[in-house]
Design a protein around this ligand. Structure first.
Ligand code: ZN
Ligand code: ZN
Ligand code: FE
Length: 753
């Protein structure tokens, strides 16, 4: 029987793939070898190749992701048994794995008193532990990670070298004898026990974790939670919880099967779950929201701490509002000194910041709100037709920034970098982009950025374009949103245009106005703007994005005429009393910016319903409160007579009349959602018919809203249209860099036939 060479690509390095191949081959009595190379893993094997591959697929290690397998017959000489050979390094095409939550075997070890890793906070193996957060350079070897400063003890070295061991070639392998140490600043005794005692006494602790610092306190302690909010200057933004296990999560929130899978996945994200009543948690963890963000412990440190305190903990990111999370001990002591009473630190350096990922279960699968620790930088595989793409780097937008490196049909998006509004964030951004290029050994052949000339990300892209002397493609924000969903859903580079519905906060349009409620005819190459939400004034510019009542006034003025409308409505009289007349003047002046933003429409309605009037405490608050309110209603009524696609005035009039009649706020919120969805569906269907299109791509931050997403998808499907929505990337701006990269790939292809 002839031998075969099997080439496996995907996330197959640093995840225990070779030892798995080795073990299976030996068990099956095969001869050959396995090695890492630039494209992934190469296997030479004798015997029935199909039988081996199906066994391998069934037994692939938990963190591996096989993207493709190629098989060729081989006449190579076979050794007498099966070996693991040294790596052949060339240009690295293999993915860097994301960090993974502690696996069940490691958890059992730290909890078993007789194990040498009992109670050890940095236990890990090839199936779990840090990856992205510790890597400084490729290939992924210990010397290229922040574990380089911890020489292996003889016991760990033995495990590391033994292919039959779970820790074979586990680069971050460590034990109490040789690995990182944990301590409580200024504390005596066992750090975990002492920290648990302080938390029990109502203290706020800064805890160094995997990809950054958390600020932590007892989630049942009103004073501690209030103090944390006040010190962090975070008045209303929801704070996430960490609980010991799924059983505890169930006592606080509704955990169905899908939610349990998300909670216990190796990514261990924050999962937004419907909150139960009377949980004993402090009030004000998520003001006005119907959901709580809950995650499970994802490092041994967290497991040990949660077992020691045995109560739900607030675990919110260790930063001041809007600044990036701390990663460095000194930095944390300095910047968090005014917030935390104590610091629980360790000496394993964090190379890359990685915030906690945030996902929400929804009917069509989880919506990724923030793609960060555990999810990124897992690669996204695009359609084969992208295969010839040279290295492209997309710099993202300025809010919820991520950057994406595209090479061939493999896109690697960075974990959430965040908002680039503070100087600290910009320094962090420059560093992250540089590290990203270094890690992928990438000299980009082209760059992409947002169309907005004043974005910090755009300026950085211009600098890099000059540095590498390569072309820069500015991509319109909503085109990028739509391209992102097309790319992740595997549409071909030359795919015919689809109808793109981008419902979003803000993006500069090709005509210089601010877009955000867009119906596009879009391909990767380009787009045509077919229709949009009403163009209304955004009185006060950025202030109008923060202060929902301004948008309420602007919409009423634009759709109904302020003087006409104000008479019969108490809600508007209240706005008049806070100075609406002056705003109306501003709306009518040519000085006012104008926008078609769908996000601003949500703000306006939230203000008219009294849910969020004066000021949003965090981005998206008004829209989130509006959705949470609607979710409380069982009303599925639609303002039927306004579903003609463009009757925005009718929609506004019905809302005001309902408010005036004293209808329940949650019912009005629900009617707004169903009517808006119906209008969007009707418009998309009309345009699809006109242009002979059967697919409608949905993107933009408004599709973080599960009610809206479900209603729009249901409506489109009822019309026989295919709805393309995000499954991997966030609908919000975290997905934009992927779209930019895909568009740049199409543009590059056209200019280099
Ligand atoms: Zn493990
Ligand atoms: Zn050791
Ligand atoms: Fe956007």
């Amino acid at each position: 029987m002839t031998a075969h060479v099997i080439k496996v690509s995907g996330t197959v390095q640093g995840v225990g793939f070779r030892p798995t191949v080795w073990r299976l081959a030996r068990e099956m009595g095969r001869r050959g070898h396995v090695l890492n190379d630039g494209e992934g893993v190469t296997i030479l094997i004798d015997g029935d190749v199909d039988a081996f591959i199906s066994t391998l697929r069934r037994n692939a290690p938990p963190l591996a992701r096989i993207d493709s397998i190629r098989i060729e017959p081989s006449a190579a000489d076979l050794p007498d048994d099966f070996d693991i050979l040294p790596s052949r390094t060339s240009q690295p095409e293999t993915g860097i794995a994301a960090d993974a939550a502690t696996c069940p075997e490691c958890l059992a070890e730290i909890l078993a008193a007789q194990e040498r890793r009992a109670h050890y906070a940095f236990t890990n193996c090839t199936h779990c532990g840090p990856r992205w957060t510790i890597i400084r350079a490729v290939p992924y070897d210990r010397a290229n990670t922040s574990m380089a400063g911890f020489p292996l003890c003889p016991d760990c070295a033995r495990e590391y070298a033994n292919p039959a061991d779970r820790r074979f070639h586990a680069q971050p392998i460590a034990c109490p004898a040789c690995g990182p140490k944990l301590w409580l600043e200024g504390g005596a005794g066992d750090a975990i026990t002492e920290t648990a005692r302080l938390i029990g006494a109502g203290k706020i602790i800064a805890i160094k974790g995997l990809g950054g610092f958390h600020l932590c306190c007892d989630a049942g302690n009103e004073q501690a939670v209030a103090a944390l909010r006040q010190r962090k200057r975070r008045d209303r933004k929801p704070m996430a919880l960490m609980v010991r296990d799924v059983a505890v999560a169930r006592t606080l929130a509704v955990v169905d099967e899908a939610a349990e899978r998300l909670l216990t996945s190796p990514a261990a994200p924050i999962v937004l779950l419907r909150q139960r009543a009377n949980t004993g948690l402090a009030a004000g963890l998520a003001p006005g929201q119907d959901r709580l963000g809950i995650m499970l412990p994802y490092t041994p440190l967290h497991h040990l701490l949660l077992r020691a305190v045995d109560r739900p903990l607030v675990m919110t990111s260790g930063n001041l509002s809007d600044e990036p999370q701390c990663t460095d001990n000194d930095d944390a002591t300095a910047r968090l000194g005014g917030i935390a009473d104590h610091h629980l630190l360790h000496n394993r350096p964090i190379v890359h910041r990685a915030d906690d990922s945030v996902v929400r279960p929804a009917r069509r699968g989880a919506i990724t709100i923030r793609r960060a620790r555990g999810l990124a930088p897992a690669p996204v595989t695009l359609h084969d037709s992208f295969g010839a793409t040279p290295t492209l780097l997309a710099l993202g937008p300025d809010l919820k920034n991520t950057v994406t490196l595209l090479r061939g049909n493999r896109a690697v998006s960075s974990p959430h970098i965040g908002d680039l509004s503070t100087p600290l964030a910009r320094v962090d951004y420059a560093r992250t982009v540089e590290l990203f290029l270094t890690l992928h050994r990438a000299a980009p052949a082209a760059l992409a950025c947002d169309l907005h000339p004043d974005f910090h990300s755009t300026r950085r892209a211009e600098e890099l374009a000059a540095q590498f002397t390569v072309p820069l493609t500015p991509v319109q924000h909503h085109h990028a949103h739509i391209a992102a969903v097309m790319a992740e859903r595997g549409l071909a580079l030359d795919h015919a245009p689809v109808i793109g519905v981008a419902l979003d906060g803000l993006g500069l349009g090709s005509d210089g106005t601010i877009w955000g409620g867009e119906f596009l005819l879009a391909s990767f190459r380009g787009f045509e703007r077919l229709a949009h939400f009403p163009l209304v004034a955004q009185p006060g510019g950025d202030r109008a994005a923060r202060e929902p009542w301004r948008m309420a006034v602007a919409y009423v003025e634009a759709l109904l005429g302020w003087e006409n409308a104000v008479g019969g409505h108490a809600a508007l009289a209240a706005l008049k009393a806070r100075g609406a007349d002056a705003l109306v003047k501003l709306c009518r002046s040519t000085l006012s910016a104008r926008t078609t933003s769908a996000g601003r429409l949500f703000d306006a309605v939230a203000a008219l319903l009294g849910l969020c009037v004066d000021e949003q405490n965090y981005e998206g608050e008004a829209a989130m409160l509006l959705e949470a309110s609607a979710a409380r209603s069982s009303d599925r009524m639609c303002y039927d007579d306004v579903v003609s696609p463009a009757d925005w005035a009718g929609l506004m009039r019905h809302i005001l009349d309902d408010v005036q009649r004293g209808a329940a706020t949650s019912d009005i919120a629900a009617r707004f959602h169903s009517t808006l969805a119906a209008m969007v569906v009707a418009e998309a269907a009309r345009l699809a018919g006109q242009h002979g299109v059967s697919q409608v791509a949905l993107s933009g931050g408004c599709f973080n809203n599960a009610l809206l997403l479900d209603a729009v998808c249901d409506g489109l499907e009822a019309q026989g249209l295919e709805a393309l929505y995000h499954r991997v990337m966030p609908p919000g701006d975290g997905g934009v860099s992927l779209g930019q990269a895909a568009v740049a790939a199409a543009v590059f292809r056209d200019s280099h036939p």
